[in-house]
Design a binder for this molecule. Structure first.
Ligand code: LLP
Length: 415
């Protein structure tokens, strides 16, 4: 999404130094054209079969971005009452909302039942009981899928791998049929589908297709048991390029699903997050100080005004984000660690990068549109950064920079 031109670095037709001058740093910058084109690419890849794309709100829950998705016809995958409030704020169609997550509270279940969401992805028998009881109490029928844990290795980082049997997520395949039978006897529940999500940042479609095959198999067993389902939910997980990895081949994935579906009257749901927004956002930051090493054995540090409190992915998952210095430098390239001001050794954004840097220079930390801002914190009493959405030759602030007054308000009133 970042383009180098003769007179600077651009996102769409907006120069990044213009944004930095206007809103300051650190700042999250998103491209609406990039987001929309990713969604269109997915829609085209899945055009061969009946499908629904539910953007996984946890990846980037900014209201203006949710509105982009809403306007482009996407549904939403939510995991909390808070995320439900967000998608309702952009007038999501209730039918297109699906509710995932292992720990849905009673108030969240009630909220979603009253809204009339499209489906609850249920993760345990206990949750099924709670859902049925609340639906009966409210005089509703809860639409459900069971999230199956197919015990498949998604071959990704252990913290974002969710489909192995040691994971807390989903219902083991061996118990699925019994729990479906149990659910089918309860008039407060309507069985809509089968759900699965085996992990995130998956680069290879094979594990996902294995999960799909497992769901197709279960769907046949359910049919034999007189329990038809109308959709299969493949979750999210499509990986993106952070460094030199190839982008997930969504076209090949779509074609493989279409082949498996031939003639079947089934809708397929997807819950992509990262694929839609990851490469469509960057974190704009400024170098505060340079601390070059003195001897060749020393490390050199570039201390910037963004930190792990903004982008925790490098600290948490050893994630790689490309760092691009924007504009004039002293040309004395050397190997730098790009670090933040937070008092933790884990506070780094990049390590061992060969860069030409200068004090006060702007840097873009790329591929930060997914699990960036949403995972940010106020650690070290750092106000949350501003978010900006670029569209053509213009940009607008889609979340103001938090103020210290706001940050302290909940405590000041308790003094
Ligand atoms: N559906 C469910 C049930 C999920 O748990 C997730 C992500 C998604 C969909 C969307 O997955 P995606 O398409 O974005 O891979 N914080 C981590 C990622 C955690 C993913 C959690 N679940 C990171 O920064 O890499």
């Amino acid at each position: 999404m970042l383009e180098r031109r003769a007179d600077g670095f651009y996102v769409e037709d907006v120069a990044l130094d213009r944004i930095a001058d206007d809103v300051g740093t650190p700042a999250w910058v998103y491209s609406s054209a990039a987001i929309t084109s990713r969604l269109m690419r997915l829609q085209a890849a899945f055009a061969g079969f009946d499908h629904r794309i539910c953007f996984s709100v946890k990846a980037n829950s900014n209201l203006s971005i949710l509105k982009l998705f809403r306007d482009a016809g996407a549904g939403f995958d939510i995991v909390s009452g808070g995320e439900l409030e967000r998608v309702l704020a952009v007038e999501a169609v209730p039918e297109t909302i699906i509710f995932s997550g292992v720990g849905k509270r009673i108030d969240e279940v009630d909220f979603a039942l009253k809204v009339g969401i499209g489906c609850f992805n249920v993760e345990s028998a206990a949750e099924l009981d709670r859902l049925a009881a609340r639906a009966a109490l409210l005089g509703r029928v809860a639409p459900v899928s069971l999230r199956i844990n197919p015990d498949i290795d998604a071959r990704t980082h252990p913290y974002i791998s969710t489909g192995l049997k040691e994971s807390k997520f989903g219902i083991p395949m061996s118990q699925a049929l019994d729990i479906y039978r149990y659910a089918s006897r309860n008039p407060a529940l309507a069985i809509h589908g089968i759900d699965c999500h085996i992990g995130s940042q998956i680069s290879d479609r094979e594990p996902l297709l294995q999960a799909f095959d497992a769901m197709l198999q279960l769907r046949s067993e359910l049919l034999e048991a007189g329990i038809p389902v109308r959709h299969l939910d493949l979750g999210g997980g499509l990986g993106i390029a952070y460094q030199n990895e190839p982008d997930f081949d969504v076209e090949g994935y779509g074609a493989a699903i279409a082949r498996r579906l031939r003639g079947e009257d089934l809708q397929v749901f997807f819950e992509p997050g990262r694929f839609l927004v990851g490469n469509s956002g960057l974190l704009l930051t400024r170098v505060e100080y340079l601390k070059p090493g003195v001897t060749p054995a020393d490390r050199s540090f570039a201390i910037v005004d963004a930190a792990m409190s903004e982008l925790i992915r490098p600290a948490l998952y050893s994630a790689f984000h490309e760092v691009v210095p924007l504009g004039p430098t002293d040309q004395n390239a050397r190997v730098w660690d790009v670090v933040g001001p937070v008092c933790e050794s884990a506070d780094f954004l990049a390590k061992d990068r060969h860069l030409a840097l200068a004090q006060d220079q702007l840097l873009a930390i790329l591929s930060a549109g997914a699990y960036g801002s949403v995972q940010s914190s106020n650690y070290n009493t750092r106000p949350r950064a501003v978010e900006v959405l670029v569209s053509g030759t213009g940009f607008k602030t889609v979340r103001r920079r938090e103020t210290l007054r706001e940050l302290l308000a909940n405590e000041r009133e308790c003094l």
